[in-house]
Design a protein around this ligand. Sequence first.
Ligand SMILES: Cc1cc2nc3c(=O)[nH]c(=O)nc-3n(C[C@H](O)[C@H](O)[C@H](O)COP(=O)(O)OP(=O)(O)OC[C@H]3O[C@@H](n4cnc5c(N)ncnc54)[C@H](O)[C@@H]3O)c2cc1C
Length: 487
Amino acid sequence: MAEKQVIVIGAGPAGLTAAYELSRLGVAATILERSAHVGGISRTASYKGFRFDIGGHRFFSKSQEIEDLWSEVLGARLLERGRLSRIFYRNRFFDYPIRPLNALANLGPATAALCVASYLKARVLPPREVRSFEDWTVRSFGRTLYEIFFKTYTEKVWGMPCSEISADWAAQRIKGLSMASLMRSMFLPKPKGRGAVIKTLIDRFRYPGRGPGEMWETVARIVTGRGHRLVFEAAVERIERASAGLLRVWTADGRSYAGSDFLSTMPLRELVNALDPPAPSAVQTAARALGYRDFLTVALIVDQTQVFPDNWIYIHDPTVKMGRIQNFKNWSPEMVPDARYTCLGLEYFCFEGDGLWSAPDSELVALGCAELAKLGLVDPAKVVDGTVVRQAKAYPVYDDHYRENVEAIRAFLEREAPNLQLIGRNGMHRYNNQDHAMMTGLLAARNIAAGGQYNLWAVNADAQYQEEIREGELDGGGRLVPERLKT
Ligand SMILES: Cc1cc2nc3c(=O)[nH]c(=O)nc-3n(C[C@H](O)[C@H](O)[C@H](O)COP(=O)(O)OP(=O)(O)OC[C@H]3O[C@@H](n4cnc5c(N)ncnc54)[C@H](O)[C@@H]3O)c2cc1C
């Protein structure tokens, strides 16, 4: 039998983990990466020696195998970090998780009384119909708390009004966080043990000294050291197929790469569009309908040793566009080249092509400075430099039809391209963390090299392989994103 040659599309966590496992199992691979760097959305960007993530990437998994793999690659370079992330609202910092004295002091007696009154009102006179995220949250916490703690941030992230987001999402997303659990977390000691950690409130995580990019730069070095080829600026544009499956891929510079097996982390929409001969029109229509939410970071260098102690701050103030501020020095001191400075990452959620996305970098840097000044967090005179990093397709969107669209594409590819496996976040159109992307990469590699029969769609959001898939879990096992209300 001919030797296997695996073509891996994308050098993000999924592609590189697959390559890592293939190299361990002695199978040859070529990794084709569109950009000039590794890590994908989990890369660490660098500007004049200041390092910053796309978001701020915590290394935390319920899968011991993934935790062990991180340790194997980085050892002591993986730092153990505590989490401090507060909410900023009306010029005040609210502890997160919320603590009663802090919340009372910040809100003041009048607003606190209003919170209680609106909560009681929601209990006595609940909304008759609970259809939207707004209905659900108002019913659970009262309108005042909804407006302070839920409305603005959710709308910034997802770009749609809470009144149009389905209530199901709230019920699942804020699962375990009710008024009663909030009260318990305020007054009772924290429960012990991993299982007791409420998903939204995890307060310890690991982080590479030089950011997530260090993990993926190290993995890339290991796999190339073991003989894999990693080609940068190799955007796969055409995927040639025959009746038995895929033959080769063509990159934008006109080169072609033949393979026996293919792993794809490129966005599913683009993969279908690259097929040659093209997929049937129904499959193309399904692919075109897949949507994404995009993201940009305005990184500002501040001539100040310490600005605030948090890893990140949620900005609930509705008068500014930014959604969160990361303080990368607090993730790891190695993220700044000179300890006298601080590098802040101001996060803006947007759609590719909208006003924010298309604004020139200089305007975005000016916007960031102005918003920081407005919030009173940083004196703009202290901002000495800034840059912008855009991340297209940061979030695959789960709209009303994404499930059936992904299903149609998947069924077609499984039938017509059995030597192709879809892995990772945009590769599978699943809104999940690195650990999930990595687990799909690991299992796909074992399917090729070790005769595995893993169904990659059975890896759940916690990166665990589900031997038995329960009804409705196959896609629902992903992290949750809001769905628009059905009209
Ligand atoms: C704001 C934000 C915060 C996050 N925080 C965390 C966190 O705290 N912890 C965590 O674990 N995860 C976090 N994540 C999720 C994490 O970033 C992703 O799960 C992970 O990067 C997915 O890995 P991937 O390899 O599937 O895809 P990607 O990271 O998207 O990598 C895909 C790679 O494929 C390349 N590519 C695409 N198209 C082509 C093509 N046509 N040809 C060649 N190459 C191509 C891309 O350039 C990219 O390098 C966060 C994500 C975001 C957006």
